[in-house]
Ligand binder design. Structure first.
Ligand SMILES: Cc1cc2nc3c(=O)[nH]c(=O)nc-3n(C[C@H](O)[C@H](O)[C@H](O)COP(=O)(O)OP(=O)(O)OC[C@H]3O[C@@H](n4cnc5c(N)ncnc54)[C@H](O)[C@@H]3O)c2cc1C
Length: 264
C-alpha cells in the first residue's frame, strides 16, 4: 500500500528521498500501485515518482570514427516500453519482444527500468536486453556524495541491487534476431531466444521463458556450438508450462532459426 507520494523535480532531491528506508522509486507504477489482495503493514511503502526528472530521453550516439566507438542507444529510465517501441532507432527484433512483454495499455505506462527491476524469466524484453549486453547506470547518494555505477545486465539481473536506475544503453552496431514459442501468438513465451552478433564475430545467445531471470546461454567469439549451448542452458528448466526436455529441443531450434535469419 502506498502511504506517501513524492514527485521531486531534480535527481538530487530524488536521491535524497531514496536514502530513507521503505521508500521506493516509482516508474510507471503498473506493479507498485497494483493493490495487493491482502494489504498489511509490511506492504506500506512511500514512493518517489520519477516522471519529472527528465529521464524519458532516447538518444542515439557513438560511431565516432576517431575513437572507433560503435553506435548505441541511450535511454532514460522512465522511457515507456511503448515509447521505445515507437522510436525510429529501436531494432525490429526488440520491437517484437516489446510487443510480447505487455499489452498496449501497460506498455504505455510501464518503464524500461521498472520492467527490468521486476521482470522474471518469461520477460521477452529482458531476454533481448541480456543478449544485447545492455549497460545499466545506477545512481546513489552516499554521505552526501552522488555516485554512479555502470553494470552489465548479466550482473544486474541475478542480484537486482538497490539504487536508482537512471539510464540503460544498448549497442546498435550488432545484428539482432529474436524468436519464441508460446501457447498463443500473443502469450508470454514458453521459450524465447535472442541472438546478437557483432562484426568481430562475438555472439551472445540469451534464453527466456523459465525461472526468475532470462539466462545467458552463450557469449563466444563465433556461433560454433550454439545449439548445444541452448540445450545445456535449459537442462533443468521444468515447470508447469513445459518439461526441460521440451525446452531444450525448442531452445536449440530457436537458436538455429535466429542464426539462419542473420545469415540471410
Ligand atoms: C494487469 C497487469 C499485468 C501484469 N502482467 C505482468 C506479467 O505478465 N509479467 C510481468 O513481469 N509483469 C507483469 N506486470 C507487472 C508490471 O506491469 C511490469 O513489471 C512493469 O513492466 C513494471 O514497470 P513499471 O515502470 O510500471 O514499474 P513500477 O511498478 O513503477 O516499479 C516496479 C519496481 O521497479 C522499481 N523501479 C521502477 N523504476 C526504477 C528505477 N528507475 N530504478 C530502480 N528501481 C525502479 C520500483 O521501485 C518497483 O520495485 C503486470 C502488471 C499489471 C497491472
Amino acid at each position: 500500500m502506498i502511504t506517501a507520494y513524492h514527485r521531486p523535480k531534480t535527481l538530487d532531491e530524488a536521491l535524497t528521498l531514496l536514502t530513507q528506508p521503505n521508500i521506493l522509486p516509482l516508474g510507471g507504477g503498473t506493479l507498485l500501485s497494483h493493490a495487493s489482495s491482502s494489504p498489511s503493514a509490511t506492504d506500506a511503502v512511500e514512493v518517489v515518482d520519477l516522471q519529472s526528472l527528465g529521464l524519458d530521453f532516447i538518444k542515439k550516439s557513438g560511431n565516432n570514427p576517431s575513437t572507433g566507438s560503435g553506435q548505441r542507444l541511450d535511454m532514460g529510465a522512465t522511457v515507456t516500453l511503448q515509447g521505445l517501441l515507437e522510436n525510429e532507432h529501436c531494432p525490429d527484433a526488440l520491437k517484437s519482444a516489446l510487443k510480447l512483454e505487455a499489452p498496449l495499455n501497460l506498455r504505455n505506462a510501464a518503464t524500461v527500468a521498472g520492467t527490468l527491476v521486476s521482470c522474471d524469466g518469461r520477460s521477452t524484453f529482458a531476454t533481448v536486453m541480456l543478449a544485447l549486453d545492455a549497460k545499466i547506470e545506477q545512481t546513489t547518494l552516499d554521505n552526501s556524495k552522488t555516485e554512479s555505477r555502470l553494470s552489465n545486465i548479466g550482473e544486474f539481473l541475478p542480484l537486482r541491487p538497490r539504487g536508482l536506475i537512471t539510464s540503460i544503453t544498448i549497442p546498435l552496431n550488432a545484428k539482432l534476431a529474436f524468436d519464441y514459442v508460446s501457447r498463443t501468438p500473443a502469450d508470454k513465451p514458453i521459450v524465447c531466444a535472442a541472438l546478437v552478433q557483432w562484426n568481430s564475430g562475438r555472439t551472445r545467445l540469451a534464453l527466456g521463458g523459465h525461472g526468475k531471470s532470462p539466462i545467458l546461454a552463450m557469449d563466444g567469439t563465433e556461433p560454433e556450438g550454439i545449439k548445444a549451448a541452448a540445450r545445456n542452458a535449459f537442462h533443468e528448466a521444468t515447470d508447469e508450462w513445459a518439461s526441460a526436455g521440451y525446452r531444450m529441443d525448442v531452445a536449440a531450434t530457436l537458436a538455429r532459426r535466429c542464426l539462419d535469419e542473420m545469415s540471410q
